[in-house]
Design a protein around this ligand. Structure first.
Ligand SMILES: [Zn+2]
Ligand SMILES: [Zn+2]
Length: 294
C-alpha cells in the first residue's frame, strides 16, 4: 500500500498466479506468504480450470477468487487463455472433452460476476482480428512475467495493444506474473490500484474507472491537457509515447532522472500509449488513451 502526495491510497496486486493445485511449484499458503512478504495487498490464484474462492489470508492479504481457462488447439485456430478474477460463484467451465469457445468463457465469467482478462496475448500469438471478434474483455495483460526470458518468449503485448487501439478497441492493460515459481518469475509485474479500501468491490470499481496502472516498479500518472499527454513519474530513464503516427520528434524523453514528460498530440493521431523504463530496466505501461477529440 502506498499513500501518494495527493492523499490517495494505492494497493499493489498480482492477478495471475499458479500453485501446486495446477502446474505451479508452491502450494497456496506458500504463495500467499511470498506475495505478502513482498508488499502485495491482493493477489488472485488462477490455476488452470481450478477455481479458488475468495479468502483473506494471514497478514490481511486479499486473495480474490480466480481461475485460468484456456482454449484453442493451435495459433491458426487461435489460442486464448482467459483469467477469471473475482467471480462470486464458480464458472461452469470444464476442460473435460471439448473446451469452451473464448466468448463462452468470457460470458460465463461475467455471469458469475468476475472480470475476464486476456492473458499473455503476444505469447499466444493472438491477432487483432481474433481479439476484436471477442466482446466485453475487461482487460488484457500487456506484460506477463513468465512469458519472458529465461522461461519463455514474447512477454510484451504493447504492439498488439497499439494495433487494437487503431481499430477503437481500447482494452485496459494490466501486468501480471503468471508465476509458476520456477526461479524469479514471482513478484515482478503487477498493478497499482487507487482505491479507498482493499476489498473486491472497491478494487473492481477502481479498475472499471481506470484508476490503476501496470508496472514493475515505476510509479506514474498520465493526464491529457491542452493538446498534450503529460506524464508525472518516479525517476525513470525513458518515457516513450507510442501512437499511430509513425514519426514524432518528441516520442522519447530520456534522461538520468526524468520525472515529467510532455507529448504534443498531432493531427490525425488516434491514440497515445505510454511506456516507462527506469535505470534498473524496470518498466511500466499505461493503457492506450484515445486522443482523436483532444
Ligand atoms: Zn496461460
Ligand atoms: Zn497462467
Amino acid at each position: 500500500m502506498i499513500h501518494d502526495a495527493n492523499g490517495n491510497i494505492w494497493f499493489k496486486g498480482n492477478l495471475h498466479t499458479h500453485s501446486t493445485v495446477s502446474d505451479g511449484k508452491l502450494d497456496p499458503d506458500a504463495v500467499f506468504q511470498l506475495y505478502k512478504q513482498n508488499g502485495y495487498d491482493f493477489i488472485a490464484l488462477t490455476d488452470h480450470y481450478r477455481f479458488h474462492k475468495e479468502s483473506v489470508e494471514a497478514g490481511g492479504l486479499l486473495c480474490l477468487s480466480g481461475a485460468e481457462y484456456d482454449t484453442g488447439r493451435d495459433v491458426w485456430e487461435g489460442i486464448y487463455h482467459i483469467t477469471a478474477i473475482g467471480c462470486t460463484e464458480e464458472p461452469a467451465l470444464s476442460n473435460a472433452g471439448e473446451k469452451p469457445a473464448p466468448q463462452e468463457i468470457i460470458d460465463e465469467i461475467h455471469r458469475c460476476g468476475g472480470l475476464a482478462v486476456l492473458a499473455h496475448p503476444a505469447w499466444s500469438m493472438n491477432t487483432v482480428e481474433g481479439i476484436r471478434a471477442l466482446h466485453d474483455l475487461d482487460a488484457l495483460e500487456i506484460y506477463n512475467t513468465v512469458s519472458g526470458v529465461p522461461w519463455n518468449a514474447r512477454p510484451h503485448s504493447g504492439d498488439l495493444v497499439d494495433r487494437l487501439a487503431l481499430y477503437d478497441s481500447f482494452i485496459p492493460c494490466i501486468a501480471a506474473d503468471d508465476a509458476h515459481f520456477y526461479t524469479g518469475d514471482a513478484c515482478r509485474s503487477f498493478i497499482m490500484v487507487k482505491a479507498k479500501t482493499c476489498t473486491r468491490k472497491a478494487l473492481f470499481e477502481a479498475i472499471r474507472r481506470g484508476d490503476f496502472y501496470a508496472t514493475q516498479g515505476p510509479e506514474f500518472s498520465v493526464s491529457v491537457e491542452n493538446g498534450e499527454v503529460i506524464v508525472h513519474c518516479s525517476p525513470v530513464r525513458d518515457v516513450v509515447f507510442t501512437s499511430n503516427i509513425v514519426y514524432a520528434a518528441d516520442r522519447v524523453t530520456r534522461g538520468a532522472h526524468v520525472m515529467e514528460a510532455h507529448y504534443r498530440i498531432k493531427p490525425g493521431e488516434h491514440f497515445v500509449r505510454v511506456e516507462l523504463t527506469d535505470a534498473n530496466g524496470l518498466r511500466a505501461w499505461s493503457s492506450a488513451i484515445p486522443v482523436s477529440n483532444c
